[in-house]
Design a protein around this ligand. Structure first.
Ligand code: NAI
Length: 377
């Protein structure tokens, strides 16, 4: 089968997320790295693209040049990844979708709720794929958890508790470091700091495993380092459409916690627990029974978890292969086989609605606020 052609915007040399996309997109041989605009400095981006093997005539200086030149090619790219800083996602994603490209956008998909609704409408109108990189949802054992909940193996879900709390911005003497400071500056980060950065991964995960949507929430935000305008710690209570109770803690000042992303789902007949730092194991406890460890790659997993387990049992699979799983599902979707669970534009929109609801709630001393996007009310 011929490889699909892949293009990337952002993710230049030294960026945080760029390598995970390049490893992920090329891990299974479905995509060939064909075109790029990798850096905000045109020459630097072109030069790095050449080193990565992109042909000179498709190593573009910026995304507008890439759009204009790719759209008139017969062999245009099949998928464009947007891995630039947050404030550019809407403009770039919209432009490529409207020109008829499939897009994988980094989170958050937009900065505003109305922009998110516009992306959903454009994706529907054009029939193009707009995926959002909620890559944690593509770990095999997260897919196993989702499948177990769907199959009723823990009964009706009563409660979900998610944390995404790390300590990497907890050093007050480093708060002025430009790589840290922008995340808490509204001019650069928008209305929310830590919740929009990490909290939305946890909230998406809760919705993903339960296959349910957040309806309303109540938030308490804190800026524990005085110079920060936006929150570096948040506690969010939420309710989902089928009545599930949700609790979410996200922090960047939890010194001692490293990645700090874990989730527990409690149903009427059992509980599940998954932790991103031990992603190969899913902990399962049936009511009244012993706690069991379900291992990635073992016999008898649900189909989706089995399909996305790459190496045999007990060998670690990590973050780049979770991103690769997103690209596997995208390759299938581009070829016409849409996979359950591929995070899309509506997920990106729901996240942005939740961010704005949390900000409004925190400003109103934790009042409960409708977290649904207007178009889904
Ligand atoms: P970064 O600051 O490390 O790198 C950004 C890259 O984009 C740089 O190479 C820069 O030169 C390039 N760039 C900036 N403006 C550009 C433009 N207009 N055109 C082309 N290239 C441009 O940022 P990082 O941490 O890699 O984050 C990028 C995005 O990925 C963010 O939206 C972030 O939220 C998201 N992210 C997602 C993660 C996930 O788990 N899904 C994890 C880390 C980041």
């Amino acid at each position: 089968m011929a490889k699909l052609k892949w293009g990337m915007i952002g993710g230049g040399e030294g960026s945080q997320i760029g390598p995970a996309h390049r490893l992920g997109a090329q891990a299974d041989g479905f995509f060939e790295f064909t075109a790029s605009a990798l850096d905000h400095r045109a020459d630097v981006g072109r030069e790095y693209a050449r080193r990565l093997g992109v042909a000179a005539d498709r190593a573009y200086g910026d995304w507008t040049e890439m759009l204009e030149r790719e759209r008139i090619r017969d062999d245009r790219v099949d998928l464009v990844t947007v891995a630039t800083p947050n404030s550019t996602h809407f403009e770039i994603t919209k432009a490529f979708l409207e020109a008829g490209f499939n897009v994988l956008c980094e989170k958050p998909m937009t900065m505003q709720v109305d922009e998110g609704e516009e992306i959903v409408r454009i994706a529907e109108a054009t029939g193009k794929i707009c995926a959002v990189n909620y890559c944690y949802s593509a770990y095999p054992m997260v897919r196993q958890a989702r499948a177990m909940v769907a199959a009723g193996e823990i009964g009706k879900v009563r409660l979900v508790v998610a944390n995404f709390s790390h300590g990497h911005h907890g050093d007050a003497t480093d708060a002025d470091n430009p790589r840290v400071r922008w995340r808490y500056d509204p001019a650069m980060a928008g209305v929310s700091g830590q919740f929009a950065d990490c909290g939305i991964h946890a909230l998406h995960m809760a919705s993903f495993i339960c296959d349910d949507a957040v309806e309303k929430l109540s938030a308490d935000f804190a800026s524990t380092i005085a110079s920060r305008e936006l929150e570096d710690d948040a506690m969010v209570n939420f309710r989902m459409s089928r009545g599930t109770v949700g609790r979410l803690w996200t922090s960047s000042v939890a010194i001692g916690r490293q990645h700090g992303f874990d989730i527990q789902v409690f149903g009427e007949t059992g509980g599940l627990r998954w932790h991103s730092e031990q992603p190969n194991q899913l902990i399962y406890t049936p009511v009244g029974g012993r706690t069991q460890i379900i291992e990635k790659g073992e016999v008898g997993l649900h189909e989706d978890a089995q399909r996305l387990s790459r190496v045999s049992i007990a060998h670690p699979e990590g973050f780049p292969l979770a991103v690769a799983n997103i690209y596997c599902d995208l390759a299938d979707a581009i070829r016409g086989q849409v996979r359950d669970g591929l995070p899309g534009a509506t997920d990106g929109l729901r996240s942005m609605a939740a961010v704005h609801a949390a900000v409004a709630s925190a400003k109103a001393d934790g009042a409960w606020v409708d977290a649904r996007p207007p178009m889904f009310r």
